[in-house]
Design a protein around this ligand. Structure first.
Ligand SMILES: NC(=O)c1ccc[n+]([C@@H]2O[C@H](COP(=O)([O-])OP(=O)(O)OC[C@H]3O[C@@H](n4cnc5c(N)ncnc54)[C@H](O)[C@@H]3O)[C@@H](O)[C@H]2O)c1
Length: 336
């Protein structure tokens, strides 16, 4: 920590989520990137960055006023203990190596993009090694820091929506990449899930990460359907909870929500129906600001973060189960 109380930050990988998503946004807009959120918070100092592409690294250093830039984490090997927070924003295929480098640098916090690593076993090792080293590990399952998602979970737990009857989600762009976000959100809202069925994979975006339909069930018996779209048509990330008191729908990835309540049917006397509801702006865009505030508290007060290595592992285990079941289904189809 510097004399001003700021936490020093190293960012590894200088693309979209590192800062690019904020490049064209107005300066007063809520930040959607790591650098944007650290800068907005004010309690962090962007100390250094690592980026393999020389031009991108130079542009990133200039845009975010970062004094030190390196082409590889190997160039920082002798800087153990000098960074309080390390953001891993490189492509997922580089996360395992970057985690090795980050753990060796002994920061207080590692804030790693999702998916943590491509392989479940590697992610499990990463979580164990961070635990052993006393490093706080946060994974950017972004919606865990959106205030409206927290309020919804509180409402579900307090019974404000009555019993949850079912959940129906729809996603594209890979069971690990975007499915992982959805499975994490579902588990956050509904508690532990288990995978019951998986269907035919759709190869719609990532060569090594198909989008797979699946059915799950919560510990309290809530059925969960994970339906797919095809990213070549359009991207979708939406969720509807059917509850005793009405429908709660997340649209456009959480940028919009729609709440529909039970009313007396205006058409059929004695029947109950749903009102048309209203679409309200979501608070997804507050997530990155809240995430880095959470990291600050964790680093300085020892509090726990809202999205941990353990919560991310739960989602990644479901992805692995869904892939394994889909592969079994494909084998059975081939045998017929
Ligand atoms: N939380 C979210 O909603 C969200 C959104 C977008 C991306 N992501 C995740 O963020 C990560 C990065 O995605 P992106 O869209 O910003 O990618 P990107 O391609 O825009 O940026 C990645 C950058 O890392 C650089 N790079 C490659 N290998 C490197 C290495 N070994 N060390 C340092 N830099 C390296 C690349 O040159 C590039 O500039 C991925 O894991 C992705 O899944 C998460």
């Amino acid at each position: 920590m510097t004399q001003t109380g700021q936490l020093s930050v190293l960012i590894i990988g200088c693309g979209n989520i590192a800062g690019g998503f904020d490049a064209a946004r107005p300066v007063d807009a809520l930040p959607l990137s790591h650098a944007g959120a650290y800068r907005r918070d004010g309690r962090f100092r962007l100390a250094a960055c690592v980026e393999v592409d020389d031009a991108r690294r130079a542009a990133f250093m200039s845009r975010w006023e970062i004094p030190e830039g390196r082409a590889s984490t190997r160039d920082l090997r002798d800087r153990v203990g000098q960074f309080d927070v390390i953001s891993i924003c490189s492509p997922t295929s580089a996360h395992a190596d970057d985690m090795d480098a980050a753990i060796a640098l002994r920061p207080k916090v590692i804030f790693c993009e999702k998916p943590m690593t491509p392989a479940l076993a590697t992610s499990e090792q990463v979580v164990a090694r961070c635990e052993q080293a006393g490093i706080i590990l946060a994974i950017n399952h972004t919606r865990r820091w959106a205030p409206d998602v927290w309020r919804l979970r509180d409402q579900l737990q307090s019974g404000a929506w009555g019993a949850v009857r079912s959940a129906a989600a729809r996603y594209t762009k890979g069971v690990l990449n975007n499915g992982g976000h959805m499975l994490d959100l579902l588990e956050f809202l509904l508690g532990p899930l288990s995978v019951q069925w998986a269907g035919r994979p759709v190869h719609d975006f990532w060569p090594d990460d198909p989008t797979i339909p699946a059915a799950l069930v919560s510990a309290t018996g809530v059925p969960v359907l994970l339906a797919v779209g095809d990213a070549r048509d359009y991207a979708t990330f939406e969720l509807t909870l059917t509850t005793e008191e009405g429908l709660v729908t997340m649209e456009d990835g959480g940028n919009l929500w729609r709440y529909r309540r039970v009313i007396d049917s205006p058409t059929f006397t004695g029947y109950k129906a749903l009102d048309a509801g209203s679409q309200v702006a979501g608070e997804y865009q507050m997530a990155m600001v809240n995430a880095v505030a959470d990291l600050y508290e964790a680093a300085t007060n020892g509090s726990s973060v809202r999205s941990t290595g353990y919560s991310a592992l739960a989602a990644q285990r479901h992805c692995a189960d869904i892939r394994a079941l889909a592969a079994m289904t494909a084998e059975e189809d081939n045998d017929e």
